[in-house]
Design a protein around this ligand. Structure first.
Ligand SMILES: Nc1ncnc2c1ncn2[C@@H]1O[C@H](COP(=O)(O)OP(=O)(O)OP(=O)(O)O)[C@@H](O)[C@H]1O
Length: 257
């Protein structure tokens, strides 16, 4: 089985600041990988470099053996990389259902003329989008909010809208930047269940940044620890949890159990 995502020797400088250094990552299809590390370690920068927000100073990035370094974010998304953001990136005045439907439109094939003449193909695709959108709303437990503006939803539900929208683009790999940020303990437990279900249903690979250790340890098969832009440890959860360097990096900040 060849790797889905490969990052080799990726380094990035912001002016004189070395944010990421000699970073390597391999994600197999269907694998859940976690990226942990103290504040300012470079985790979001790693996401931004792979998803095309920034182009790395050095290194290579391939998705299914195809180069994606230097491509625009939308081109990388179209190749099958979906993502959510640390600070929610939702449209304030759009309903939950419309968020999910809009994401589907990036994959439509009937074009403007087809939609103007309301062709049969166009109607069929619209019906499929509607059906698929409701299926996602159900999976992410936001169907009851379908016609509400996203800003009227509790924070945890807004995070689920963002994730459902990312899944509507039918990605091969999903990047989640702190999916439980700002969530209550109950919402956290619900989010673990939803991600497990999404992973089971879609057999999708997931790469996530997370501060809450319970979440990372329970979900991930492989974990990388980043400190000052460098990976100091990686391996399965039980190994990472007992790694003295990881414990030291988190000392006094997190309970690793
Ligand atoms: N656009 C930018 N320009 C300059 N410096 C940046 C930029 N983005 C991030 N940095 C710096 O790069 C370093 C890594 O930041 P990054 O946000 O990737 O860390 P992080 O591990 O995601 O932190 P947190 O857990 O707090 O979100 C920090 O020193 C940050 O100040």
């Amino acid at each position: 089985m060849s790797a889905l995502l490969n990052v080799n020797n990726m380094t990035h400088y912001f002016g004189g600041l070395r944010a990421v250094y000699d970073y390597n990552l391999t994600i197999e299809p269907g694998q859940i990988t976690g990226l942990i590390g103290p504040n300012g370690a470079g985790k979001t920068t790693v996401f931004n470099l792979i998803t095309g927000v920034y182009t790395p100073t050095k290194g290579s990035i391939t998705l299914e053996n195809e180069n994606i370094k230097g491509l625009e974010t939308n081109e990388i998304a179209a190749k099958g990389l979906g993502r959510t953001f640390q600070n929610l990136a939702l449209w304030r005045h759009m309903s939950v259902l419309d968020h999910i439907k809009m994401a589907h439109y990036s994959q439509l094939s009937y074009g403007l003329i087809g939609s103007f003449f309301n062709t049969r193909k166009c109607r069929q695709q619209e019906a499929r989008i509607e059906e698929n959108s409701y299926r996602l709303l159900e999976l992410f437990d936001i169907k009851q909010h379908a016609h509400q503006m996203v800003t009227n939803l509790p924070y945890g539900a807004q995070r689920r809208v963002e994730m459902a929208r990312a899944m509507a683009t039918n990605p091969k790999i999903l990047f989640l930047d702190e999916p439980t940020a700002g969530m209550t303990p109950d919402e956290l437990v619900q989010m673990i269940k939803i991600i497990q279900q999404v992973h089971r249903n879609f057999k999708i690979a997931i790469f996530l940044i997370e501060h809450r250790m319970k979440f990372v340890m329970e979900l991930c098969q492989h974990i990388q620890t980043l400190v000052f832009g460098e990976v100091i440890a990686q391996g399965p959860p039980e190994e990472i949890q007992n790694n003295p360097e990881v414990i030291e990096a988190y000392l006094g900040k997190e309970d690793l159990t």
